[in-house]
Design a protein around this ligand. Sequence first.
Ligand code: ADP
Ligand code: MG
Length: 251
Amino acid sequence: MQPVLSVKNLYYSYHNLKGETPAIADISFDVAEGEFLAIVGPSGCGKSTLLSIIAGLLKPEGGSLSFGWPTTIGYMLQHDHLFEWRTIYQNVILGLELNKSMTKENIDYVLQLLKDYGLYSFKDQKPSQLSGGMRQRAALIRTLAIKPSLLLLDEPFSALDFQTRLTVSADIGNIIRQTEKTAILITHDLSEAVTLADRVLVLSKRPSTVKAELNIHYDIDRASPLSIRNTAEYQEYFNKLWKELSDDVPK
Ligand code: ADP
Ligand code: MG
């Protein structure tokens, strides 16, 4: 089957007055339809740069990107970027407004997402009236509203406190699985990568290459991340990633 995205020998460096900062040395990977791929790597290794290239915000200097078919990209960042002067409903339909696609079908879809993910009764409230976790769910619904065929998530949980982070990352992981989205999640949290993803790529330090790749499989249902964390497989995957990454972290 044709991959949704194929990245080949990607190279990128930033240029400014002080010179050149190579961020990505050589990265290649494919993403299959419906796959949930996590990418981990040391801070500053080029993870956000990679997502920006995939999103079309930066142009690669070398190598290529190809999409299997016309792809709508949904991009979700660490900060939810909800607008305080808009209600939750007005925030989640923003993408539809901008795309001029406010059809009844699309609006019904958004209302259904709000219902499914426990935000319907908050739809007329302002973002500041919601908890951090609810805001992040609202940001995801806004991203899903445009029915993206590829979701890019750049450390979307890292601004949340630990407790909230566990539940919100589980919720969002479940939403992505239920809606059968293809997703790329950047995270520096190994346990998040190992509980959520089907496959994890480990990047080396800057300028990055793909250092290792790990396929993740559990015999039990993923819906409960806490039970996942108690399995022997989880420990094994976590330790493997830890080992790969600790080679690159200054001691
Ligand atoms: P990560 O998301 O993995 O933490 P980034 O992709 O944000 O890393 O950045 C990779 C490297 O490129 C870092 O060393 C960073 O300092 C550098 N960098 C990022 N943005 C710029 C920029 N606009 N100009 C120059 N260097 C940059
Ligand atoms: Mg980053």
